[in-house]
Design a protein around this ligand. Sequence first.
Ligand code: GDP
Ligand code: ZN
Length: 461
Amino acid sequence: MHFDTIAAISTPMGEGAIAIVRLSGDEAIGIADKIFRSPSGKKLADEQSHTIHYGHLADPSTEEVVEEVMVSIMKAPKTFTREDVVEVNCHGGVVAVNRVLNLVLKEGARLAEPGEFSKRAFLNGRIDLSQAEAVMDLIRAKTDRAMNVALNQMEGKLSRLIGELRQALLETLAQVEVNIDYPEYDDVEEVTIPLMIEKGTWVKEEIEKLLRTSSQGKILREGLSTVIVGRPNVGKSSLLNSLVQENKAIVTDIAGTTRDIIEEYVNVRGVPLRLVDTAGIRETEDIVERIGVERSRQVLKEADLILLVLNSSEELTDEDTRLFEATEGMDMIVVINKTDLPQKIDMQQVTELAGRGAIVTTSILKEEGIDELEEAIAKLFFEGTLEAGDLTYVSNARHIALLHKAHKTIQDALAAAEGGVPVDMIQIDVTRTWELLGEIIGDTVQDSLINQLFSQFCLGK
Ligand code: GDP
Ligand code: ZN
């Protein structure tokens, strides 16, 4: 395959002292040679692959020296993209690194799109589709934990598991072939059906496990949508600000909010939160009154977590009660704020209204209780669900959709096998399941089932 040469700033996370401009493509080394000046006068094209060289970059039109650099050259195919790759290590400043980037663009490289290096790795066959998608997720990952999920996936964990599931299906399909080839032996069917049920059940259960992780995966990737609700003046905006200040705000590439509400991304103890202050714009309006209980319930329904803020120094009002009603059954934490003021709120009543929701008391003014609130958020999200780092999560929408389909077809196959349907009929659903799982890792070649059956089981034909 042939692609043009792409370039981008590809410095790893964080503000390092070194910045890297990476080039990939047939012209990568040629472009670098146009601007690289080594003390010995040697050309990069003549150097060994996977070596690093000290020198300066110069603008060929003026011979003006632009940067002092170290340049790594990696020749195809043993590179991340399987193309020639050049990495220019320069001083980390924004100005310096942009100057280098502009220079290589001027000399013929094209600015890479986000994830394009990974895309090439995929197109050139170095990584499978699920790994490529993981790289994309990695680029977008908003917290360390979300990044770990992406990393695991990129390392091929999901691919390996999918591979095992497909292998199990393949074994039953091979058995079916034997069955069809030797119909005169009755006992073959007696072996085939139980094997199919055994393997099929295992595959079905593993798919279910993967699907169970999918909502957590999505949340890790996109952030837990957290809505802060409460009457005017209870301290919603103060709470939002204090969560944002205490926690590293997450840089997001999602364009400015479309609705007139305030949204902030923060990382609270590994939980990425997309915080929404419902009253961000209209401080004085009662959101419930303004848009009505039904409508607000609908807005709230989209939330993964509700932070319901109450004022400790006032008695509960009908409005508070209505908010409890509107958020019934949702994951909720009740925040009783302004504990620095004399208490008027009836805690007994709050406990009853909160049901199984956690209650945290805060004085945002005095910066008290925020830790406890963060603790409660992390507990709610991670308790009993997301411990082991070696779980394989599915977070990609395409993967989830395919897993749902595969789950349906393997269920059909199992129902047929248990219902005494002829084995060659069941075969269709098993094959379909095998194909659907294959699509997750980008292996969809039509005849590959036949090839694999041949290569792995040497069916005597
Ligand atoms: P919102 O309308 O719910 O967003 O409330 P704000 O965050 O705008 O806060 C309303 C007022 O309450 C502001 O004057 C805040 O400074 C004040 N406030 C917020 N938290 C506390 C607190 O814990 N104690 C006290 N005494 N005042 C607070
Ligand atoms: Zn506010």
